[in-house]
Design a protein around this ligand. Structure first.
Ligand code: FAD
Length: 349
C-alpha cells in the first residue's frame, strides 16, 4: 500500500533552510514507487517560499499561515500541524535535527504514537550505502533519485553516538515513524528538472485554544550571519586567538569564503567570543566541507563537534598539537601570519 511522508520544513529570514531539503532527500530515499511526499511550511507571508518548495519533487506543499507561527512555538506549531496530520495520516515525518526539530519531533512522535530516530547522518538499505557517502544511480527528470532498487530491503538509519565515538544503525519496526536529519550529511534534494510543480495548498492556521505561551520577539545575536551548523566552510578560533580582536582575521577569511566563524570552548571561556559559537561536545556539532581550526589544540571534547567535517585544516604553532592527528592539512605556524596570508591568497585567486 502506498504511503504518505511529510517534511516539516524550516525557514530563516525568509529563506528555506538547506537542512529541510536534506530532510526531503531522506524522505525520497525512504519512499517506494507510488508513495507521496508532502511538505509543511509554517509562518507568515509564505507565498514566495511555497512557490519555491513546489519546484521540488513533492506531491503537495501545505503553507500554513498564522501570526502565532511567525516565531517557533511548539504549542502553536503542533496546533497548526494537527489537522494536516489528521488528514494525511503520514507514515513518516522528516525534520532537520535543528533546535526546532529537536524540540518538535518528539512532541509530534508522541502525538502520532510514532517511533523516532534522531540525528541521522546516512541512510542505508539492505546494508548498501544510499546516502551520505558514495552516491549510486542518477536523478530522474522530476529530481527524484533513480537507482533502480526502490523496492524491498530494510531501511537502516545511521546515527553517531557518544560524540561520534560509536555509530548506531537503527531500523523501525512499525509505522508511523519520525526522523530528524543532521545538517550537511545527506545531499540536499534537487528541484525537479521537468519544470513540474507540486500543488500548493494554502490555509490559515486554526486558532489554538488556550495557548499557554506566546513568543513575542526573538532577538538573534547572529542575525544575518550564516548558521554555524549549516555552513559549508567553518573558520574556528581557539585560545590561541588570544583576544576578541584576534578573531577579526578569522572573520575576514570567513566573510571572503562565505563561511561562518566558530570557536573552541577555550576561546569562549576566555571571553573572546559568544558561547553561541562553541563547537564540541557541549557546543554545536558542525559537519562542513572545510573546517579550518586556528589556534585550537584538539581536545577530545572539541573533536566531538567537528571531526565529521569533510576536510580539516589545522593551523597551530605547536607541531605536537593533537589537532594535527585528525587534520587532512596541517600548517605549523603562527595563525596571525598564516590566516592573513590565506585571505590574501583567496582574494587573489
Ligand atoms: P588550548 O587547549 O589552550 O589550545 C590553544 C592552542 O593554540 C594550543 O595548541 C597552542 O599551541 C595554539 N596557539 C597558541 N598561540 C597560537 C598562535 N599564535 N598561532 C597558532 N597556534 C597558537 N572544548 C570545546 O572546544 N568544545 C566543547 O564543547 C567542550 N566541551 C567540554 C566538556 C567537558 C565536560 C569538558 C571537561 C571540557 C570541554 N571542553 C570543550 C574543553 C576542552 O577540554 C579544552 O579545554 C578546550 O577545547 C581547549 O580549547 P583550545 O584548544 O582553544 O585551547
Amino acid at each position: 500500500m502506498s504511503k504518505t511522508y511529510l517534511i516539516v520544513t524550516e525557514q530563516r529570514d525568509g529563506k528555506l533552510r538547506r537542512v529541510s531539503l536534506e530532510a526531503l532527500r531522506a524522505a525520497l530515499d525512504c519512499a517506494e514507487a507510488g508513495d507521496e511526499i508532502h511538505a509543511a511550511l509554517l509562518g507568515e507571508g509564505l507565498d514566495g517560499l511555497a512557490a519555491e518548495l513546489a519546484g521540488y519533487p513533492l506531491a503537495q506543499v501545505h503553507a500554513i499561515e498564522g501570526e502565532e507561527l511567525r516565531h517557533y512555538n511548539p504549542e502553536a506549531y503542533i496546533g497548526a500541524l494537527a489537522p494536516l496530520l489528521e488528514a494525511l495520516r503520514p507514515a513518516g515525518l522528516f525534520l532537520g535535527h535543528t533546535a526546532l526539530g529537536r524540540d518538535l519531533a518528539p512532541a509530534l512522535a508522541a502525538r502520532l504514537s510514532a517511533g523516532q530516530i534522531s540525528d541521522v547522518t546516512a541512510i542505508e538499505r539492505d546494508g548498501g550505502e544510499r546516502d551520505g557517502g558514495e552516491r549510486d544511480g542518477g536523478e530522474r527528470d522530476d529530481g527524484e533519485r533513480d537507482d533502480g532498487e526502490r523496492h524491498g530491503g530494510q531501511i537502516v538509519f545511521v546515527r553517531p553516538l557518544y560524540a561520534g565515538k560509536a555509530i548506531e544503525r537503527k531500523v523501525f519496526t512499525a509505522f508511523p515513524q519520525v526522523v530528524t536529519v543532521r545538517a550537511n550529511n545527506l545531499p540536499a534534494a534537487e528541484p525537479r528538472r521537468d519544470g513540474g510543480t507540486a500543488i500548493v495548498a494554502k490555509r490559515a492556521a486554526a486558532p489554538v485554544a488556550d495557548l499557554r505561551t506566546v513568543v513575542r520577539e526573538v532577538v538573534r545575536r547572529t542575525a544575518g550571519k550564516i548558521d554555524l551548523t549549516e555552513a559549508r566552510i567553518v573558520i574556528a578560533g581557539g585560545r590561541g586567538v588570544k583576544s576578541a580582536e584576534g578573531f577579526r582575521p578569522l572573520e575576514e577569511l570567513a566573510g571572503l569564503l562565505g563561511g561562518a566563524v566558530g570557536a573552541s570552548r577555550g576561546a569562549c571561556d576566555a571571553g573572546y567570543c559568544d558561547y553561541g559559537l562553541q563547537i564540541g561536545q557541549t557546543g554545536k556539532v558542525v559537519t562542513p566541507e572545510i573546517y579550518i581550526a586556528c589556534g585550537i589544540s584538539g581536545a577530545i571534547q572539541h573533536l566531538a563537534g567537528m571531526s565529521g567535517s569533510r576536510v580539516i585544516v589545522a593551523i597551530n604553532k605547536d607541531p605536537e598539537a593533537p589537532i594535527f592527528s585528525i587534520a587532512d592539512f596541517g600548517i605549523v605556524g603562527d595563525l596571525f601570519e598564516v590566516v592573513p596570508l590565506l585571505t590574501q591568497a583567496f582574494r587573489q585567486a
